[in-house]
Design a protein around this ligand. Structure first.
Ligand SMILES: Cc1cc2nc3c(=O)[nH]c(=O)nc-3n(C[C@H](O)[C@H](O)[C@H](O)COP(=O)(O)OP(=O)(O)OC[C@H]3O[C@@H](n4cnc5c(N)ncnc54)[C@H](O)[C@@H]3O)c2cc1C
Length: 445
């Protein structure tokens, strides 16, 4: 039984949800165990309870984004970040409702908003709520507000630490609830968890990365404005990963500066002595890859992700649907399958702009010698003599190629967000079981 629990991803995922709920609700449990001070009405108690749950949820946001491998391995980054987004909004609403109930219940408490005359604990609450508001607004509307990713990420961290730090200070300052021993212990524990996660992310993890450096071996130009960055481990055995996973890459600067970018491994999981990443030039960091000199130091944090065929050893075969640079995890899976002499059928539906832009076109052809691999290229701008598929990967096109027994395969999608949504919907309409569809989003925020 223990073995089953250890191995089953569903059991592990359910266990983490249990831990989350228990942690978030623990302030309430402690409140229930210890009676509130006499003379305090329901609304006051209710408002305080909401504030405590909201704050506990905010502390746990640090755990969700700390890239803790066991949590990541249970859900994958997409689901964790989605959860992070939604729970932040719920926590924000709970924290907002907390003072609103107080003000409605006892209008005299509105004086606490008088920033200069209010006690410090009320001022801490006001600044924490402002920081939280800015955090939520800039996270939801980052692109609309034209905030570039790097500065946004720095400010996201500053707002989060301010909101949680001052939120905890406010809770301790009010004191009513925390003066009782177990309530105090619980919140000291929350404070310690938040602090530890901060130290873990900012110091421990970067230090671990410095212990396993890589050197750039070469940078190879590919079709479609993509460069293959080849890394060789320096003084260690390399990164053991499942095909299709990704790692956070820091190039030529110290990992303590926290300027890492996520990239899927494109090479075979069977070849640890040399790691390859296919990187498309889209912005500041990626457009500089082509100029990286051999011998440059690199650091990796990984592997992460659940976008891998390695988890589905009992699948009769695989369907991969890639758009543009979404081909990189598929390359890793196909190359690994080739090295492992996997004899199951692979179908790759691959959308590119034009024939000349098809990244890894020749490498894919070579893989056909090693694998039962069918490739359907879909071109948006096809040459005149093109006999193949054109336009977009839609339901009709998928229906022509995917097997009749839809549930016999697992389906992997990695492409631009719009294409991923369309393909996901089409597969759903074609009765592909929902738990057979796996997606990797390249735009985290
Ligand atoms: C799981 C995953 C795997 C990926 N694999 C690949 C791959 O194999 N090949 C590839 O070319 N691209 C991959 N990407 C996308 C790649 O990370 C971004 O294109 C790159 O970080 C852009 O950085 P930039 O400074 O050049 O561009 P910018 O113009 O700064 O950013 C473009 C967009 O990329 C995202 N981004 C930028 N910086 C970061 C960062 N530090 N962390 C997270 N997201 C960021 C943001 O959504 C931003 O809007 C992957 C992304 C994810 C999430």
């Amino acid at each position: 039984m223990r073995n089953l629990l250890m191995r089953s991803p569903i059991a592990i995922a359910a266990a983490w949800i249990g831990v989350y709920l228990l942690t978030v609700l623990s302030p309430l449990l402690v409140l229930l165990l210890h009676p509130a001070p006499p003379g305090r009405g329901f609304w006051l108690e209710f408002s305080v309870a909401l504030g405590f749950i909201g704050l506990a949820m905010m502390v746990l946001q640090f755990a969700l984004t700390a890239r803790i491998r066991t949590i990541e391995a249970a859900y994958g980054i997409d689901i964790i970040l989605q959860f992070h987004r939604y729970t932040s909004i719920v926590a924000f609403l709970l924290i907002l409702v907390h003072p609103i109930i107080l003000f409605v219940n006892d209008p005299e408490t509105l004086q606490l908003l008088n920033f200069f005359e209010a006690p410090w604990r009320a001022r801490a609450a006001v600044i924490a709520t402002l920081a939280l508001t800015l955090l939520i607004v800039t996270a939801i509307w980052r692109e609309k507000l034209h905030i570039p990713y790097e500065p946004w990420r720095i400010w996201h961290g500053i707002f989060a630490v301010t909101a949680v730090g001052l939120g905890l200070a406010h809770a301790f300052g009010v004191g009513n609830y925390l003066s009782l021993f177990w309530k105090g212990v619980l919140w000291v524990l929350f404070g310690a968890i938040a602090l530890w996660l901060l130290v873990f992310v900012r110091l421990v993890k970067p230090w671990q990365m410095t212990q396993h450096p890589y050197l750039v071996e070469e940078v190879v130009p590919e079709r479609g404005d993509v460069w293959t960055l080849v890394l060789r481990p320096r003084g260690h055995g390399g990164l053991s990963f499942q095909s299709g996973q990704f790692a956070w890459l820091t190039l030529s600067i110290s990992p303590f500066r926290m300027r890492e970018h996520p990239f899927s491994m494109a090479s075979s999981a069977e070849k640890l002595e040399c790691l390859e990443f296919g990187i498309k030039s889209v912005g500041d960091f990626t457009s500089r890859i082509k100029d990286v000199e051999p011998g440059t130091l690199a650091y990796l944090d990984g592997p992460y992700g659940v976008f891998t065929i390695d988890r589905y050893w009992d699948s009769a075969g695989f369907v991969m649907i890639a758009g543009g640079i979404g081909i990189t995890p598929m390359m890793s899976m196909l190359r690994t399958a080739g090295d492992r002499k996997d004899d199951r059928p692979f179908l790759l539906i691959y959308a590119s702009r034009s024939w000349e832009d098809i990244t890894y076109r020749e490498d894919l052809e070579t893989l056909k010698d090693k694998l039962d691999l069918t490739i359907i290229h879909v071109l948006r701008k096809a040459p005149e003599d093109w006999q193949g598929e054109t336009g977009y990967v839609n339901q009709d096109l998928l229906k022509r190629y995917i097997p009749v027994h839809r549930g016999s395969r697992h389906y992997f999608i990695c492409a631009a967000p719009k294409m991923m949504d369309q393909v996901e919907r089409a597969l759903h309409n074609l009765n592909v079981p929902v738990d057979h569809v796996h997606m990797e989003h390249y735009n985290l925020v």
